[in-house]
Design a protein around this ligand. Sequence first.
Ligand SMILES: Cc1cc2nc3c(=O)[nH]c(=O)nc-3n(C[C@H](O)[C@H](O)[C@H](O)COP(=O)(O)OP(=O)(O)OC[C@H]3O[C@@H](n4cnc5c(N)ncnc54)[C@H](O)[C@@H]3O)c2cc1C
Length: 697
Amino acid sequence: MHAGLARLQALVAALERVVAPLLSLGVRLYVAQPFFVSAIVKASDWDKAVYLARYEYPVSWLDPVPSAVLGLAIELLGSVLLAFGLATRVAAISLIALSIVVHVSYVASDGTLFAIVLLVRYAVAGGGAFSLDRALIRGLAGSALPLADREVRIARAVTRYGAPLYTLVLRLWLAAALALAGASASGGIAYWIPVGSAPQLGLVVGGAAIGLLAAGLATRPAVLVLAALAANVPMSEMGAALHGYWIAAFALLVVHGAGPISVDAAIAALLARRARARTAAARPHVVIVGAGFGGLSCAIGLAASPVRLTLIDRQNHHLFQPLLYQVATAGLSAGDIATPVRGLFRDVEHARVLLGEVTGVDPMRRTVSVGAAQIDYDYLVLATGATHSYFGREEWAPYAPGLKRVDDGIDIRRRLLTAFERAEATADADERRSLLTFLVVGGGPTGVELAGAIAELSRFGMEQEFRRFDPATARVVLVQSGARLLPAFPQALSDAAKRSLESLGVDVRLGARVDAIDADGVAIAGERIRARTVLWAAGVVASPAGRWLAAECDAAGRVRVAADLSVPGSANVFAIGDTASVASADGAPVPGLAPAAKQAGAYVARVIGARVAREAEPAPFRYRHLGNLATIGRKSAVADFGFVQLSGTLAWWLWGVVHVGFLVGVRNRVSVMFDWFWSYLTYKSGTRLITGSSDAD
Ligand SMILES: Cc1cc2nc3c(=O)[nH]c(=O)nc-3n(C[C@H](O)[C@H](O)[C@H](O)COP(=O)(O)OP(=O)(O)OC[C@H]3O[C@@H](n4cnc5c(N)ncnc54)[C@H](O)[C@@H]3O)c2cc1C
């Protein structure tokens, strides 16, 4: 399929996705509103309601009072249910029945006809995305309620087979009304077709557009033309309600198109079949390794591009690392900050998610190795991040775990909570002291946040829960080899962070270099600190991506990339995020932060998109620094935006908003907000679970 046409189709589909739920809600409210108003008017003057039922629109088979009661009940209940989208089909069918009685027994009007036709849509297709039905249907289908499963299946079948038919009938109905506009407005065909209110359009353009509408060919443009012509026709006698109905009907066709029973649909199916046959082979294959911040943002950036996409990660989830320390300190559950990657690409047909560990790249053959398999690529994006470095002292790793993966967070949480449990069990005071000493190595954001959260957990989270000691007596030591905490922040914020930590009782040791770590504690410049829990938040080293490519790397193992983030010598291979080294506009290295990785991912998606479309490539990558944030406990943080620096409570709120905003997935956002709110008010954490086990315990 031509790239321009494909893009237009993608744009229309995206518009439909966004606008359709809103339109469905809008039309539902619009149709419900006159019934609701009528019900209120009748309820406020009951005598008049009975009078009308007796003399104005008597129903031959019902007495006036029951007739008035039934009418009022249907109007009131039906309109309210319809507005909320609850039991929408039942509500719509009741209102249709009432409207047919009114149309047949009282006055036939185009307004009632439109109400019936629009209500049929909800009887067939249900309430749409913004309805209570939609929120409840899955649970209802799987519930033990009698007949629920069968009803849901019937409703789905009605939608599947009824909706295409409905759109066809709507199209033909409107086309007939427009074609016959001006014909006798009463009796005969005008009884069931809104001929009376249909605007009379010009013969040539109007006639052609009506023909296209009936055939379902170029339907959206045809309806737009009809709407434009109708707008020029005086429809003064119609009244606002009829105007609204015509607009609603036109809008439904513009947003949803002609439906599956149309020439448009036949052409689209033909083009799609041809495109599919060509695409698989013709689309360039983009392989992205790593579904972290960089890889995910690149994959999302390419979701609408004409490429085949393979996203490989050794984990099945994207992890929001900035909040991992909260999992480690029992503030949040792992599921709150990790999102399964596969689900994110459910709707991207040309994207494939692969769980596997990449072990090498062959740039000559253009393949990556995943286990025993070799995967070909046309473009390769390495977004494999970084991990903690023990500066050549790997033997410290078992005694001082770092924080990088979900498992690390859960492992540290287990170590922390187990230390408290063992302190309760032991009768040895020295042993207890050692168990209740928590030492964090590294005074960057992760070390500061860990130390603050451990101090809070021990001081506020567990009071009165132990009998042999007061958890608030736990000692938290933060060891930093440099002269100040948070070296990437201005001095004033480093000082503020130190003060905040000390106010929580953290023992901050600056200029203190760790000489040794073992099962019993740490040696710092000759001093021995007995601590059974030591955590590592000091150095980072890039993934081995540089080694796979035999590329030039910096001291931290990051691949030195060109200004377009490609690896020098391999123009179709890119390295981004924590595994790449690139200078920002002012010459300073782009920092290892989540926003930097996201920006790089989005940029590379644009570069690849431009190359695939044979368009001009974007200007060299420019990193926009959004600021540095670090939090200390439950009410203090430091924030550096360059032009403004904040510390204390305001910075803490800002930190919270930013982190919730950047989380992936609505469920995670809501869940994190709820957990924080709950523990903020109660000081209680619901995630103090000791799970898994380790030899180090
Ligand atoms: C504890 C912690 C706290 C942090 N706090 C903040 C913060 O507050 N603010 C901030 O901006 N930044 C923070 N960062 C840094 C930020 O998380 C990183 O800069 C960011 O994650 C880098 O994104 P990335 O895409 O390069 O790598 P990552 O997000 O680390 O993603 C790398 C992905 O590659 C996968 N992978 C790695 N190797 C392979 C392989 N061989 N095969 C297959 N898959 C592989 C991994 O499973 C992972 O999913 C923090 C980092 C940590 C560890």
